[in-house]
Design a protein around this ligand. Structure first.
Ligand code: IPM
Ligand code: MG
Length: 316
């Protein structure tokens, strides 16, 4: 069970260190860990946020444990060299299209939530975020028009097979939970979302026991604070999933509490290959002060034990 550990920038190394301590304490016989550079630190050391050695390490591993990337000293670099390209590059190159982001309030921590305790207590949901498409991976440009005005654009698009495969992941997840799936889109305005909605509805026919509802993303943002307990599994595109998962984290209590698994089709000897990371960023403002909550990374390591290594007992 080879784990590539990529601590990255800011609080990444300190939260990753704690997750590694937990993994080591389990003393699993076949577990080996090796470390690589990603993000701003990799740029400063190797001239690229996702150096070749790191890519090779990820490919050779059975799972990746990822800290965080983001480094203000890189803000002026061209986009291809910015720290975020490390995580986007790994998600893209490794075909990790399914992002599972569970949000559940810990009993006793309701007071941390931005919501009233009785509302916070009801939260137990799973965001299934598509991770290989949408505006994240579409063509994009910053350009100057002939009349001298600057323009920026990013292409939002989904092909039906991309929607279908994430829909299957979400329906299967719902089947193993409370059998409710909410698909979030903006079909009242976007054609991309219209296709999303049509395809999710088609896939629903294969899962008669799962109750499907569609919701516009603005309404979903509202319902997530109004009545979060109504959600079981939420499936959505890359951009909406990014935003809603940060929102869900504050409903639970802290962005330092939400773990994630990015999965694709690759299977290893032990389970599904995956990349595991906290949903938070590198938080440079508190880096190195021992203040960052490592729980999201520890919980991500637990997801790794579950999905990549089939070690349900240790994951629990
Ligand atoms: C996340 C992060 C990333 C994203 C950034 C670091 C590129 O916000 O994993 O949610 O936008 O996907
Ligand atoms: Mg995010």
């Amino acid at each position: 069970m080879k784990v590539a550990v990529f601590p990255g920038d800011g609080i990444g190394p300190e939260v990753t260190r704690q997750a590694v301590r937990v993994l080591e304490a389990l003393d699993l016989p076949r577990l080996t860990l090796f470390e690589g550079d990603v993000g701003g630190i990799a740029y400063h050391r190797h001239g690229h946020p996702l150096p070749r050695e790191t890519r090779d390490m990820a490919r050779a591993a059975d799972a990746v444990l990822f800290g965080a990337v983001g480094d203000p000293s890189c803000d002026g670099l061209e986009r291809a060299l910015r720290p975020e390209q490390a995580i986007l590059g790994l998600r893209g190159e490794l075909g990790l299209f399914a992002n599972l982001r569970p949000a559940k309030t810990f009993a006793g921590l309701e007071a941390m939530s931005a919501l009233r305790p009785e509302i916070a207590r009801s939260i137990d949901l799973l965001i299934v975020r598509e991770l290989n498409g949408d505006v994240y991976f579409g063509d994009k440009a910053l350009e100057t028009l002939p009349d001298g005005r600057r323009r920026g654009w990013d292409l939002m698009s989904y092909a039906e097979d991309e929607v279908r495969r994430i829909a299957h992941i979400a329906f299967s997840a719902a089947q193993g939970r409370k059998k409710r799936l909410c698909s979030v889109d903006k079909a009242n305005v976007l054609e991309t979302s219209q296709l999303w909605r049509n395809v999710v509805t088609e896939v629903a026919a294969e899962y008669p026991e799962v109750a499907l509802e569609h919701m516009y993303v603005d309404n979903a943002a509202m319902q997530l604070v109004r009545e979060p307990g109504r959600f079981d599994v939420v499936v959505t595109g890359n951009l909406f999933g990014d935003i809603l998962s940060d929102q869900a984290s504050m409903c639970v209590g802290s962005i330092g509490l939400l773990a994630s698994a990015a999965l694709g089709e690759r299977r290893t000897e032990f389970g599904t290959f995956g990349l595991y990371e906290p949903i938070h960023g590198s938080a440079p403002d508190i880096a190195g002060q021992g203040k960052a909550n490592p729980l999201a990374t520890i919980l991500s390591a637990a997801m790794m034990l579950r999905h990549s290594f089939g070690r349900e007992a240790e994951a629990g």
